[in-house]
Write a new protein. Structure first.
Length: 315
């Protein structure tokens, strides 16, 4: 049994990670400031004697004793990370410094949830880990993109300077139950709009591509990366290499929900990437990992979750 800290543990991905770690028999300390996370996401875990929930913001130091740290804390959707861009940068940078400082003191192994956004609007397709990216450092998405890039810098400098055991994963578009219903991401947007019978909003012509990884697959990737030897630091891409246009996704959601929703096209936001597809060769080779959930199967579970959430809110 290990004592494992999960920052952002009441969030979409964090709550699924907490469940898996508990299922493995570990003690889990979940911290979250509830900006985008929610207590309801981990409510079912509160009766587990190995689970502890704490309200805390990673921009402030934390003094606990742990064996491993998963640093997931940071709003990850444009609507939320652009709401307070200065705080978003602080969460990525100060949060990394505080968690790395904790790892240094306790000699804990530490995992950083980085993002495919470090590649910006990529000139290389699919994206490989060696690609340095094409990021606008002063745009409206920069608080997140550059914050995560700086966090990676800090992780590798702590690794080189203090011999910390680090793991860095670059997460590509992930979806599934417990996504925030108002996070502005395409899967949650489309599903909620379709279930409500509202127009499905597409930005640009809908030809931009994304690769969608189901949350259970992603969490397995986290665990596989954390279980590797100290020589494996990453960064390693974790995502589903299956590529779809945004329009294809919208049409699939309409079909699966049986909705009468129509497509509505709006101007493309600033710095929105045209393509996003991971090269997961390293994950296959080093982690023996690749996603196994097909888009239809994952969407069915996601649609069922949001359908229940909407009915609950209407009750």
């Amino acid at each position: 049994m290990k004592r494992i800290l999960v920052t952002g543990g009441a969030g979409f991905i964090g709550s699924h990670l907490c469940e898996r770690l508990l299922a493995q028999g570990h003690e889990v300390l979940c911290i979250d400031n509830y900006f985008t996370g929610a207590r309801r996401n981990v409510a079912r875990l509160l009766d587990n004697s190995n689970f502890e929930l704490m309200r805390h913001d990673v921009t402030f130091p934390l003094f606990v004793e742990v064996d491993e740290i998963y640093n997931l804390a940071c709003p990850a959707s444009p609507i939320h990370y652009q709401y307070d861009p200065v705080q978003t940068t602080k969460t990525s940078v100060h949060g990394a410094i505080n968690m790395l400082g904790l790892a240094k003191r306790t000699r804990a192994k530490i995992f950083q949830a980085s993002t495919s956004e470090v590649y910006g609007d990529p000139a290389v397709h699919p994206q490989v880990e060696e690609y340095w990216g094409n990021v606008n450092p002063i745009g409206i998405r920069s608080c997140y993109d550059e914050g995560k890039r700086c966090a990676e810098t800090l992780f590798f400098d702590y690794h080189r300077q203090h011999k910390l055991r680090i793991k860095v994963a670059r997460i590509f578009n992930t979806y599934g139950p417990r996504m925030h219903p108002n996070d502005g991401r395409v899967v949650s947007n489309f599903v909620v709009q379709a279930l409500k019978g509202e127009a499905i909003t597409l930005y640009g012509d809908g030809a931009q591509t994304r690769s969608f990884c189901f949350v259970d697959d992603l969490v397995e990737g986290f665990l596989s990366l954390m279980a590797t030897g100290d020589e494996v630091t990453g960064p390693i891409n974790l995502g589903n290499p299956g590529e779809f246009t945004i329009r294809q996704l919208a049409e699939k959601v309409i079909d699966m929900t049986g909705s009468a929703s129509k497509l509505e096209f709006r101007p493309l936001p600033s710095d929105d990437p045209r393509q996003r597809q991971p090269d997961i060769s390293k994950a296959r080779e080093l982690l023996n990992w690749e996603p196994t959930t097909h888009l239809e199967a994952g969407l069915a579970k996601t649609i069922a979750y949001f359908d229940g959430l909407l009915k609950e809110n209407l009750a």
